[in-house]
Design a protein around this ligand. Structure first.
Ligand SMILES: [Cu+2]
Length: 286
């Protein structure tokens, strides 16, 4: 069983193992979706893009709706398994970031995710392992057909964006039911916790191709952790809705990661129901 923890509780060794695995997936593992033209890391960027826009957009949409948690859960787990395979280390797990920048909670350090972008250099990240200048992190998939090959961030430039506080998180965790409606857990978490973080980080994270920034996986890992926390806090509430009714949204629906005319990014398939228990997917939170 893999145990995921907060990045600030990771040893220096586990942090560098994680970074090394990300760089291997980015540089040394070929794509399954566009072999020879991008890396396996870039496949995750493309899947997320295709979930939102473009000629290979698929349905149903895993954003702005109940599939948000189950769909991203499988995306993250497949990425985690690919990291382990790339590095040949089953000890590698996804860390989460709780959106705090205080002290050791800050993941934007030179030995981990690198800093904010530099506004005088087109918002390029200029330090850390993913800086374009370090030569190991070339962006290959953009919302448009081409774009800047450097990773970009622009902390706080969008003045409507914010990093949620622990009290905003607690307020969201109190919401029931799972979905739908403006007062539900899903709508509150996606709209008031998840979206503002993407926009606050800015740069690549504000795009449909947001997995270009490795912080995407730490951000979504925290979202995934919060879904577990929410379930624990509301043991008698349905963990997912709608339970029935079809339209690709209910518990029996199979999660979609590619247009049927295109290559599947991985061979297993998952119904929504199969994502409700993390231990059956092989991981838990420590
Ligand atoms: Cu997403």
């Amino acid at each position: 069983m893999d145990t995921r923890i907060s990045h600030h509780k990771m040893s220096q060794q586990s942090k560098s193992d994680f970074i090394e695995a990300v760089l291997l997936l980015k540089n040394s593992v070929d794509s399954k979706l566009n072999p020879g033209r991008q890396s396996r890391y870039d496949d995750y960027v493309l899947i997320h893009k295709n979930a939102m826009m473009g000629p290979d957009m698929f349905m149903p949409m895993p954003h702005r709706g109940p599939l948000f948690f189950p769909w991203h859960r499988v995306l993250l787990r497949q990425f985690e398994l690919d990291l382990q395979a790339a590095a040949g280390k089953t000890s590698i797990t996804l860390p989460y970031w709780d959106w705090s920048l205080a002290g050791s909670d800050n993941p934007f350090t030179d030995d981990f995710l690198g800093s904010d972008g530099d506004r005088s250099q087109s918002n390029h990240v200029t330090s850390g392992p993913f800086a374009h200048s370090a030569g190991k992190f070339e962006i290959k998939v953009w919302d448009a057909a081409t774009g800047d090959p450097a990773l970009r961030r622009d902390f706080g430039d969008d003045h409507t964006a914010y990093l949620p506080t622990s009290s905003q998180v607690a307020t969201s965790l109190a919401k029931v039911p799972y979905s739908p409606g403006p007062g539900s857990w899903e709508v509150t978490c996606e709209g008031s916790l998840h979206n503002p973080v993407h926009r606050w980080i800015g740069g690549n994270m504000a795009d449909a191709t947001s997995p270009n920034d490795p912080v995407f996986f730490l951000h979504h890992c925290y979202i995934d952790y919060l879904w577990e926390k929410w379930k624990t806090q509301h043991p008698t509430t349905a963990p997912y809705l709608p339970a029935t009714g079809g339209h690709g949204l209910d518990l029996a629906s199979t999660l979609v990661y590619h247009k049927s005319s295109r290559t599947a990014p991985w061979s297993p398939t998952y119904t929504v129901k199969q994502t409700l228990d993390t231990t059956s997917l092989g991981y838990t939170y420590g």
